[in-house]
Design a protein around this ligand. Structure first.
Ligand SMILES: Cc1cc2nc3c(=O)[nH]c(=O)nc-3n(C[C@H](O)[C@H](O)[C@H](O)COP(=O)(O)OP(=O)(O)OC[C@H]3O[C@@H](n4cnc5c(N)ncnc54)[C@H](O)[C@@H]3O)c2cc1C
Ligand SMILES: NC(=O)c1ccc[n+]([C@@H]2O[C@H](COP(=O)([O-])OP(=O)(O)OC[C@H]3O[C@@H](n4cnc5c(N)ncnc54)[C@H](O)[C@@H]3O)[C@@H](O)[C@H]2O)c1
Length: 450
């Protein structure tokens, strides 16, 4: 091994948070070595949020055009995947080339190293033959890899994960999706909008299971209305691939056949073989539990999906800002997860923030909930949807909310502000809500909580 290079900070893994932390720390004058074995920016820009939302933008355009026949005359749209594939390749991912991101990082003052980082001693990281000693410490942002469930035969088949489907240049006639979480649901609906016959196979008793049951119900109906087959509470016995077809054998002698199979059954945190034992951490850890400054051990910070605080780009970026504050000796503010917002970009979009009713009850909160529909706006737009608010009766404030609507992810911003600011429900229920907006649908639900 060559002589160790000294620096202030080594960032291992440059997902959205790692890239942001490395650039910000370098701009603040620290000597930063930023390491990634794949692409700078991580899953989000190349295989996750960005390409999937580009697909969703196209799919929504098709969905809207289909509503012309219902509301405004006649229109015929002929779906064509080629502009979507071209935009993903040329505009979103630069053909899966991260040179722009590398240049940005280097321009910020960081040293970029392509390779696999591994902790070999406190404050010491090896990348291949090179070794780096970080005077201040190591920031971990190693993210996740798609994981496949242990289903007989599956590993021997050419199934897709998010990393393959974003590169698809042609669509199959039929697609089976294992997993009805956010990835499975978003991509299933995209494919169905482009005319693919889609079956979603979910082992839990409902799709988007961590969200409110009422939201799952609305989405399941929307899926079925759009011709997507939704199988829930289903166990897969085996998967085979022959003659370019997948056969997914379900219990009770049922089989789903499809041209392609997307596995969206969850993710595995990239914590294996990271040398965690050298800094006193469990090398078998599935998540790294950080303190409020994102510290997980002496001289080690962790951010992003590996912290288990919500596998979202905005959480990774939020945590990166905290690490930057800590490493530049600021006074905070430190981590606060009371009002983490999220949006699943299906149609309707499922926006959520804070605690679900189930999570609030688990925490022993004296819970009161109320639900409603999308009111006048929902009726005008002929749009299904729902609003659910979760409140702490004793404190008279909201602790969670979920909105299924075309703008669900936007409407939750109001609920988020109320949770974060601990605004009394009584005050919220007396505010002006413009008529006939979507967010006005919150008003009767707020009043029902009082
Ligand atoms: C299809 C899809 C859609 C999504 N849509 C959304 C969305 O709409 N909104 C949202 O907020 N989130 C979305 N997400 C989640 C989002 O992509 C992640 O939460 C986000 O990327 C943050 O991840 P991260 O910062 O933990 O790291 P990641 O993005 O996972 O990046 C980790 C990086 O670490 C590198 N790495 C790992 N181990 C090592 C090592 N030992 N040495 C060197 N480098 C290493 C990897 O190469 C990778 O570049 C989506 C995810 C997927 C898959
Ligand atoms: N819009 C967004 O913000 C967005 C979009 C996509 C992903 N994400 C993030 O990425 C994370 C990963 O998403 P995901 O959807 O891959 O994972 P997930 O863990 O959220 O969902 C996986 C689903 O697969 C099901 N499943 C697991 N094994 C199965 C089996 N053998 N048969 C059938 N179903 C099975 C699970 O019950 C679960 O419902 C999410 O938790 C989310 O935080 C966010």
């Amino acid at each position: 091994m060559s002589d160790a290079v000294e620096c202030d900070v080594v960032v291992i893994g440059l997902g959205p948070g790692g890239e942001h932390a490395a650039a910000s720390l370098a701009k603040a004058g620290l000597e930063v070595v930023a390491v990634d074995e794949r692409l700078v920016g991580g899953e989000c820009p190349y295989f996750g949020c960005v390409p999937s939302k580009m697909m969703i933008t196209a799919a929504r355009t098709l969905q809207e055009s289909a509503r012309v026949n219902q509301l405004a005359g006649t229109a015929t749209a002929t779906p064509d995947w080629s502009p979507v594939a071209a935009r993903i390749r040329d505009e979103a991912t630069d053909d899966w080339d991260d040179q722009v991101a590398v240049d940005r990082l280097v321009a910020a003052g960081a040293t970029f190293v392509r390779g696999r980082g591994r902790i070999t001693a406190p404050r010491t990281v090896a990348v291949g033959e090179a070794s780096y000693v970080a005077r201040r410490g190591i920031v971990l942002n190693t993210g996740t890899t798609p994981s496949a469930p242990p289903v007989q035969g599956l590993a021997d088949t050419p199934y897709w994960t998010n990393r393959e489907i974003v590169r698809a240049t042609e669509l199959p006639e039929s697609l089976a999706v294992i997993g009805g979480g956010p990835i499975g649901c978003e991509l299933a609906q995209v494919m169905a909008s482009f005319g693919v016959r889609v079956t979603v196979i979910e082992v839990a008793d409902r799709i988007i299971a961590p969200e409110e049951p009422e939201a799952s119900e609305v989405l399941t109906k929307a899926f079925r209305d759009a011709g997507i087959e939704v199988l829930t509470g289903v166990h897969i016995d085996s998967v085979t691939h022959a003659d370019d077809r997948f056969s997914i054998a379900l219990e009770e002698d049922r089989t789903v056949e499809a041209d392609r199979l997307l596995v969206a059954a969850g993710r595995r945190n990239n914590l294996g073989d990271l040398g965690l034992e050298h800094v006193g951490l469990d090398p078998m850890a599935r998540v790294l539990e950080p303190d409020e400054r994102m510290r997980v051990a002496d001289g080690v910070w962790a951010i992003g999906d590996i912290t288990g605080k919500g596998a979202f780009t905005h959480v990774s970026m939020y945590q990166a800002d905290i690490v930057v504050r800590d490493l530049t000796n600021s006074d905070g503010p430190w981590a606060d997860y009371r009002a983490v917002a999220r949006a699943t970009f299906t149609t309707p979009e499922i926006g959520s923030v804070g605690l679900s009713e189930a999570k609030a009850r688990e925490q022993g909160i004296d819970v009161v909930v109320a639900t409603g529909d999308l009111g006048t706006r929902g009726w005008l737009a002929e749009e299904p949807g729902m609003v659910k608010l979760v409140a702490d009766r004793a404190r008279g404030v909201l602790v969670g909310g979920c909105v299924a609507a075309s703008t669900g992810g936007e409407i939750v911003a109001l609920i988020q502000t109320a949770i974060q600011g601990e605004v009394p429900i009584a005050a919220l229920a007396e505010m002006h809500f413009a008529y006939p907006t979507y967010y006005r649908s919150l008003l009767p639900v707020l009043r029902a909580l009082l």
